[in-house]
Design a binder for this molecule. Sequence first.
Ligand SMILES: Cc1ncc(COP(=O)(O)O)c(C=O)c1O
Length: 426
Amino acid sequence: MVAETRLDPQTLVPRVIGRYTPVFVDHAEGIYVWDRNGQQYMDFTSGIAVVNAGHCHPRVVRAIQEQAAKIIHAQQNILLHEPMLDAAAELTATMPSSLDQVFWANSGAEAIEGALKLAKIATRRPAVIAMRGAFHGRTHAAMSVTSSRAKVRAHYEPLLASMYYAPYPYYYRAPFGTAPAEADDYYLSELKALFDTMVMPDDVAAILVETVAGEGGYLVPSARWLQEIRSICDEHGIMLILDEIQTGVGRTGTMWAFEQFDVTPDIVTVAKGIASGLPVSAVVANKQTMDKWPPGAHGGTYGANAVGTAAAAETLRVMRDEHLPENAAEIGDVILQGLREIQARYPVIGDVRGMGLMLAVEFVEADGGPNPAAVNKVIANCFEENVLLINCGTYDQAIRVIPPLVIDRQQAKEFLAIFERAVAAL
Ligand SMILES: Cc1ncc(COP(=O)(O)O)c(C=O)c1O
């Protein structure tokens, strides 16, 4: 036992990590976590969209335990091991056949670094177009393509040069008409205008897009918008990188969100849900692209960690065997409909959106502006009823609804009742 006096968060955790809840957790299972006093909470955060297969899925726990007893650190430059190959085979089996090779890394930001470096070295071009409002991580390159909130990048400049930004569809707040058909023309023309005003297309290595925007507010673009970006990339020899770090591993109701847009990227970044909470990420591309990386041009001490990739391989099998993407689609629909019914009763809710179990509820002031105060209050009210939630959006204007994908109908209904009481109490 560790002495209680040594467990002081003031001394152990720096203030840069702001915490949504005071919960001092002890253990977790499925969609629930328990604190050290035995209090149970419904986790509608999934540890920020990570424990898609549920907390401590017994099959994943066993895979971790068994691998840890065999070898923990089988350094990838020195040793080959079964889990790294097993997980790569499981991962590529879920993707289109053109995405057939995996580079393993340790975090989302690191996967973004890898994807940007790969696109640059494969095309020998310097520039990148990213989306305004995107979040791709906190390393210097990842910050350079991030603009979801100024505080993520402020005071860290200079960031990478040759980064350009186009607006991402936010139909609820689109400047010209909220119907995708009208708004897309505007969003696409702004992207194309970069080629007339800022950068020649043959200098652009990649266009980087979150398939569904995460931290920026859970924004779902139209299929047409993403398909047109694919065409622009094809026309100019630009690589399309889809960031599936938050959307991936079943979260949106299919294994990868891009499946629902009928678009195949050149490079995909994967992290979060892939290994049920162990720090594993991946860059996936085709062999011809990956072959442009000469030996030593990229790497990392901990990439393809044996325990991490064992967890990833088993998580991917659990996804398939338990039909968790399908469950995300089905229960996501129940929650989406339920939230829309609540929206109809409370004008403080301006928009309900999302795909599968990547849903968000946007709160508005009477004049239609963002209402972060209502967001905070509803999150606090839900916490009083033992439901954990977090926000998203540049102005903290929305609440994310992202439970583990193992959630059932009864639990979804229970959540909806609690959420409605929380809104009613505003
Ligand atoms: C879409 C997206 N990309 C990248 C990242 C960065 O991942 P990490 O925090 O593991 O570096 C995140 C994290 O929230 C994300 O949502």
